[in-house]
Design a binder for this molecule. Structure first.
Ligand code: FNR
Length: 180
C-alpha cells in the first residue's frame, strides 16, 4: 500500500513534517509512505498545461502510482498554505487528466494555534471534494503543538498517541476499502 504524502510546509523544522513521519510509524508495515516534493514546483500557469514541467510530472507520477493520499498541512491565515494549493492545482491539470480522481485521502494537520488547522482542513476538504477524492470524514484531527507532542525518536508523545493511533487505524481501513 503505497501512500503519497503531501505536506503543506517547506519549513526545515516543520511540525507537520514531523507529524507525517509519526503517522507513518503508527501504520501497519504493508503501508509505505512516500513524501512528495512540492517546494521546487513552478507557480501554476495554465499556459503551461500542454507542457508541464518535470517537477510537475514527477508529482503527478507519484500520485498516480499511490493507492492513497495523506495531506498533512499547517494553517496559514485561516486557509491552506499557497505551496500546497499550488501543488494541488498542478496535479489536477490539464483538464481531464487530474492525478487525483478516486484516490482515497486523509487530511490532518498541526499548528501552534488553538484550533489546530481546523479551518485549513475544511478549505482543503472543499478542494478535494471537487477533485473527486474520497476523504476520510471521521475522526477529525486538529492538533495543537505542545510540549511533548513528539518524542525524541520522532514518535508521538504519550498524551496524543492513543488518539492518533485511532486516527491512523481509521485512515488505513479507509484506504483499504477504496483500494479494493
Ligand atoms: C501561521 N500560523 C498560523 N497558525 C494557525 O493556527 N492559524 C493560522 O491561520 C496561522 N497563520 C499563519 C500564517 C503564516 C504565513 C505563517 C507563517 C504561520 C502559525 C503556524 O501554525 C506555525 O507557523 C506552524 O509552525 C506552521 O507549521 P509547520 O511549518 O511547523 O509545519
Amino acid at each position: 500500500m503505497n501512500i503519497a504524502v503531501i505536506v503543506g510546509s517547506l519549513r526545515r523544522d516543520s511540525f507537520n513534517v514531523k507529524l507525517a513521519h509519526a503517522i507513518a510509524k503508527l501504520a501497519p508495515r504493508e503501508f509505505t509512505f512516500k513524501h512528495s516534493q512540492i517546494g521546487d514546483l513552478p507557480l501554476y500557469n495554465q499556459d503551461d498545461d500542454a507542457n508541464q514541467a518535470p517537477a510537475v510530472n514527477r508529482l503527478k507520477a507519484k500520485i498516480t502510482a499511490a493507492k492513497g493520499l495523506l495531506f498533512v498541512t499547517p494553517e496559514y491565515n485561516r486557509s491552506v498554505p499557497g505551496v500546497l494549493k499550488n501543488a494541488i492545482d498542478h496535479a489536477s491539470r490539464p483538464y481531464g487528466q487530474s492525478a487525483f480522481a478516486g484516490k482515497p485521502a486523509g487530511v490532518i494537520g498541526v499548528s501552534v494555534g488553538a484550533i489546530g488547522t481546523a479551518i485549513a482542513q475544511q478549505h482543503l476538504r472543499n478542494t478535494l471534494a471537487y477533485l473527486d477524492v474520497p476523504t476520510l470524514g471521521q475522526p477529525e484531527a486538529f492538533i495543537q503543538v505542545n510540549e511533548g507532542l513528539f518524542e525524541p525518536d520522532g514518535g508521538i508523545g504519550a498524551a496524543s498517541r492513543q488518539f492518533l493511533q485511532s486516527w491512523v487505524d481509521r485512515y488505513v481501513a479507509w484506504v483499504k476499502m477504496h483500494a479494493r
